[in-house]
Design a binder for this molecule. Structure first.
Ligand code: IPM
Ligand code: MG
Length: 360
């Protein structure tokens, strides 16, 4: 079996962490007898430097023609990088939003799981941590506040900015179905998070999720307001199985959930459309402050590569082997600086990749 993988290293720490994820993927391919053919693509700041725009049609076309896309991270330091002198629709982030939309990647899966070995890095008290937690955030990714009409104008002499939050029922239904399907393979609980006490778009969201729930009588559905959810994530994270939410809330809650697991450097993600195709990237950003220092944690990207094998290539055994290799390296006491704790051995980006690849 041979697969075409488009690789978008991106900016900042992106290239270093993607290199390690490819190394681990190659180890898995060798062990489980399949072949991966990579095509490297530019996006974000790297594409601005080379092409003047953060995303080209060529990048979209090659990504579309591949079996899956592995991505690092995009963007630079907003204060110092010349990319942020450009109009908003030409900045690195516009490339990421553009490719999500162009590939119709409406379902963003972000698992947040507490590794037994990383309990020491978890900022919550032992009481709250209890037996740990394991949740999946299902974030709508191609609608809502991110893609509504926006503009800035002067109204009555005042600078005035408008963003619009629009969801139609089809957009809500398809992401709700994804969440229920995923819950079916987990602990059979969906918590839908909205702001239905204020927003019309959230009232429609709730109504449509209720309709979808009728087809899933085996799944326990609950609703939670987003402000409460932000609190519950640090108060009792174990209550959550699948969290279903819209684009903006999912962005915020997934950063929070990742920190609760110890480090944002651990959280992987998959962005899927209606088919097997997907784009896989760590949930964290490009961390320009530590780029090139060789200290970034590659595990979120490595775990994203495992998700790629699982969701897009159906190479489940290889995916599990990578996940187990990560666990093994952690239990042997190796840590990058972001998850370092007393008595462990500190390693850099490359060493972490090497250790995991060797255990696949
Ligand atoms: C994420 C990131 C992006 C988002 C940014 C870089 C546009 O924060 O993937 O969570 O907000 O979706
Ligand atoms: Mg984010």
């Amino acid at each position: 079996m041979s697969y075409k993988i488009a690789v978008i290293p991106g900016d900042g720490i992106g290239p270093e962490i993607v290199r390690q994820a490819q190394r681990v993927l190659d180890a898995a391919a060798a062990r489980f007898g399949f072949e991966l053919n990579y095509t490297s693509l530019l996006m974000g700041g790297a594409s601005i430097d080379a092409n003047g725009v953060p995303l080209t049609e060529e990048t979209v076309a090659i990504a579309k023609a591949s079996d899956a896309v592995l991505m690092g991270s995009i963007g630079g330091d907003a204060k110092t990088s010349p990319w942020y002198q450009l109009p908003p629709d030409r900045r690195p982030e516009a490339g990421l939003l553009g490719i999500r939309k162009a590939l119709n990647l409406f379902a963003n899966l972000r698992p947040a799981y507490l590794y037994e070995e990383l309990k020491a890095a978890c900022p919550l008290s032992d009481e709250v941590i209890g037996d740990g937690f394991d949740m999946m955030i299902v974030r709508e990714l191609t609608g809502g506040l991110y893609f509504g009409e926006r503009h800035t104008e002067t109204v009555d002499g005042l600078r005035t900015a408008t963003d619009t939050l629009v969801y139609n029922e089809n957009e809500i239904r398809r992401i709700a179905i994804k969440a229920f399907e995923i819950a079916r393979k987990r602990r059979k609980k969906v918590c839908s998070v909205d702001k239905a006490n204020v927003l019309d778009s959230s009232r429609l969201w709730r109504a449509v999720v209720e309709e979808v729930a009728k087809d899933y009588p085996d799944i326990e559905l609950s609703h939670m307001l987003v402000d409460n959810c932000a609190m519950q994530l640090v108060k009792d994270p174990a209550q959550f199985d699948v969290i279903l939410t819209k684009n903006m809330f999912g962005d915020i809650l997934s950063d929070e959930a990742s920190m609760v697991t110890g480090s944002i450097g651990m959280l992987s993600s998959a962005s899927l459309n209606e088919t097997k195709f997907g784009l896989y990237e760590p949930s964290h950003g490009s961390a320009p402050d530590i780029a090139g220092k060789g200290i970034a944690n590659p595990i979120a990207t490595i775990l994203s590569a495992a998700m790629l094998l699982h969701y897009s290539l159906d190479q489940d055994e290889a995916a599990t082997a990578i996940e187990n290799a990560v666990k093994q390296v952690l239990s042997e006491g190796y840590r990058t600086v972001d998850i370092m704790s007393e008595g462990c051995e500190r390693v850099g980006t490359e060493k972490m990749g090497e250790l995991i690849a060797a255990r696949v």
